[in-house]
Design a protein around this ligand. Structure first.
Ligand SMILES: Nc1ncnc2c1ncn2[C@@H]1O[C@H](COP(=O)(O)OP(=O)(O)OP(=O)(O)O)[C@@H](O)[C@H]1O
Length: 303
């Protein structure tokens, strides 16, 4: 469990994290989203004591990170997968970490197995692929068998198999009752991996809600309508609460009225309908709508 209260971080005149309060609960995967520079990494760094808050604070399992007698056993973190000494083998890297934290060699063998690193454990980390490096970072985070895991961009640069592995791995950790807090810019992946989302924009919390609620609250339900009488139907549908977009000739995208409502209206006016498909908004659409005002560098529409 992670609890932040009034958490704030200023770098000179820049307020990177601005008075945020949130709770990351055990037994589920909580995704941490936000545009570049929103303050995600800074927040994660404060959770594990790498950065000191300017105001407020954040606790893991009821205590500040530094107050834990054995912090690695409370919280494991993957913050920068490239921060590993490149001359060492993976096994030696983990053994060195374990030795300084009173963790057994047996546990090192376990995390190597857990993360599928057996075949490369005796190889130098310098020659590792990005995917192997990420697995090693996750192995290191798991060394103390912690109840809380913090993973900053764990799927960054991974191939589809690696992405799937991380998804299944973190879902398994949450099912074991652990607290999993992870950031990612891959919305489609986050929609499949996370149960709950915290969205940050310019250092403040924009949304803190279950994934399903975020998606449902985004652009709302949209209905894809294909009809040889699309123009007539669009005129009939137009109203203060109904939005009709003409996607292409003969196709309408309707929000504000559900599929039965559209079908009935068309039937009352004897207009044929060839397709009527309710479409759920994607997390990506919901996210773009939520963060539209919070991006530092906006992309102009391509002309
Ligand atoms: N050590 C530092 N000194 C000065 N400014 C910093 C420092 N670390 C971060 N910042 C600034 O704080 C803000 C938040 O950065 P942070 O890295 O936490 O964002 P982020 O949400 O993780 O972004 P990204 O998605 O790009 O990783 C940015 O404007 C960044 O430039």
């Amino acid at each position: 469990m992670i609890t932040a209260e009034g958490l704030t971080k200023r770098f000179g005149a820049k307020t990177a994290v601005d008075d945020i309060s949130f709770t990351v609960r055990p037994g589920q995967v909580t995704g941490f989203l936000g545009p570049n520079g929103a303050g995600k990494s800074t927040t994660m760094r404060m959770i594990v004591g790498h950065d000191r808050p300017s105001d407020g604070g954040v606790k893991v399992n009821g205590k500040h990170y530094a107050q834990h007698r054995a912090p690695l056993r409370e919280v494991g973190a993957l913050l920068d997968a490239k921060a590993v000494h490149t001359g060492r083998t993976a096994e030696n890297h983990l053994l060195a970490m374990a030795a300084t934290h009173g963790i057994s060699r047996q546990r090192v063998r376990e995390v190597i197995e857990l993360t599928g690193l057996e075949s490369v454990a005796r190889k130098r980390v310098g020659g590792f692929s990005l995917g192997m490096g990420q697995r090693l970072g996750i192995a290191a985070a798991m060394l103390g068998d912690p109840a809380t895991l913090i993973l900053d961009e764990p799927v960054n640069g991974l191939d589809p198999e690696g992405v799937l592995w991380v998804r299944q791995f973190v879902r398994h950790l949450a099912a074991e009752g652990r607290t999993v807090f992870l950031s990612s810019h891959l919305m489609s992946e986050m929609a499949l991996t996370a149960d709950h989302l915290i969205v940050l924009g310019k250092g403040r919390i924009i949304t803190d809600a279950p994934v399903a609620d975020v998606i449902a609250g985004g652009t709302g339900l949209r209905v894809h309508v294909r009809s040889p009488h699309a123009s007539q139907l669009a005129d009939l549908l137009a109203g203060p609460d109904i939005t009709v977009m003409r996607a292409e000739a003969g196709v309408l995208e309707v929000t504000g009225l559900d599929a039965p409502g559209i079908g009935d209206l068309a039937a009352q006016h004897s207009l044929a309908i060839h397709e009527l498909t309710p479409k759920n908004a994607s997390l990506e659409e919901a996210y773009m709508a939520l963060t539209a005002d919070a991006v530092e560098y906006r992309t102009e529409a391509l002309r």
